[in-house]
Design a protein around this ligand. Structure first.
Ligand code: NAD
Length: 296
């Protein structure tokens, strides 16, 4: 298939690479020239704009930080909607709010295009390995039509329901993730303060009831999990500012439906504190610094 891909960051770049490996012809666009160069060296075509990436494409994928970036990539003069042919589907894998999804779907529908929300979980490791979970919002027909493309980048392609429900699933998942990471960080730092070897504590947790992704795959204590961002200076993972954005999406959505989100609101403040201390670009597991800093 001819695929236009917009947004080649921590997630988008390895996802586009997997589409190339799956045999698709991929035309890429990112505001960063160096991000495009890396993909070009792997066989992708570089485009001068999102509009150029979309023109001639049989499917367009966007993977951008937040709703404002998606809006601009879609609606700018040189954006996707200006270049895309009628009938071509736009798949947005960014994590954004369900209300914006509905707005973008309306804009796309007005010119004869489907807009599908298909946010992902699995992190940068899952993006590189092609094992992401895609949470797809849209009609059953659209879901069936995008499944073959998404299968090139992920292992579980789940139909969540109508437009926007993919983002509902994603926001709820990341609400849990933000909270569990804070919990594991708190426990690992307490264990350290009380004198247990963090590797022993991490190992016990991972065969006990405290086990979760934040402890067994992404443990925030350096050296407990060699492949986790904590073991490489909290680089190259899921940025704190992105987690902060996702918790904001969850707490805002909760307010919208008069639903309490006690733990999410507290976790949001913890990541906000990290961000204000200048750690917004670090992987979100660096939240453990808030606890370990107490010891000087
Ligand atoms: P990132 O910040 O690493 O990359 C975003 C890319 O978009 C950058 O390369 C940037 O130059 C580009 N960009 C921004 N505006 C643009 C525009 N108008 N046109 C073209 N390119 C533009 O972000 P990421 O970590 O790849 O995350 C992308 C999305 O996926 C976010 O919504 C995030 O919440 C979600 N997500 C991230 C992870 C993760 O582990 N990093 C996991 C799951 C979901």
């Amino acid at each position: 298939m001819k695929i236009g891909f917009v947004g080649l960051g921590h997630m988008g770049a390895p996802m586009a690479l997997n589409l190339l490996k799956a045999g698709h012809a991929v035309t890429v666009f990112d505001l960063s020239a160096s991000a495009m160069q890396t993909l070009a060296e792997a066989g992708a075509q570089k485009a001068a704009s999102a509009k150029a990436a979309a023109s001639g494409a049989e499917c367009v994928i966007t993977m951008l930080p937040a709703a404002a970036h998606v809006r601009s990539a879609l609606t700018a003069e040189d954006g996707v909607l200006a270049g895309i042919a009628k009938g071509v589907t736009i798949i947005d894998s960014s994590t954004i709010d369900p209300a914006s999804v509905k707005e973008f779907a309306k804009l796309a529908a007005a010119q004869g295009n489907a807009f599908v929300d298909a946010p992902v979980s699995g992190g940068t490791g899952g993006a590189a390995a092609g094992t992401l979970t895609f949470m797809v919002g849209g009609s059953a027909e659209i879901y069936e039509s995008v499944k073959p493309v998404l299968s090139g980048m992920g292992k579980n392609i789940v139909h969540c329901g109508e437009t926007g429900t993919g983002q509902v699933a994603k926001i709820c998942n990341n609400l849990v993730l933000g909270i569990t990471m804070a919990g594991v960080a708190e426990a690992m730092a307490l264990g350290e303060a009380l004198g247990i070897d963090p590797k022993v504590l991490g190992g016990i947790m991972n065969t006990s009831t405290g086990r979760c992704w934040s402890s067994d795959t992404y443990n925030p204590y350096p050296g407990v999990i060699e492949t986790a961002p904590s073991s490489r200076g909290y680089t190259g993972g899921f940025g704190t500012d992105l987690m902060l954005k996702d918790l904001g999406l969850a707490t805002d959505a909760a307010i919208g439906v008069h639903q309490p989100a006690y733990m999410g609101a507290l976790a949001q403040q913890l990541y906000q504190a990290m961000s204000s201390h200048g750690d917004g670009k670090l992987d979100f597991s660096a939240i453990i610094k808030l606890y370990r800093a107490q010891k000087g």
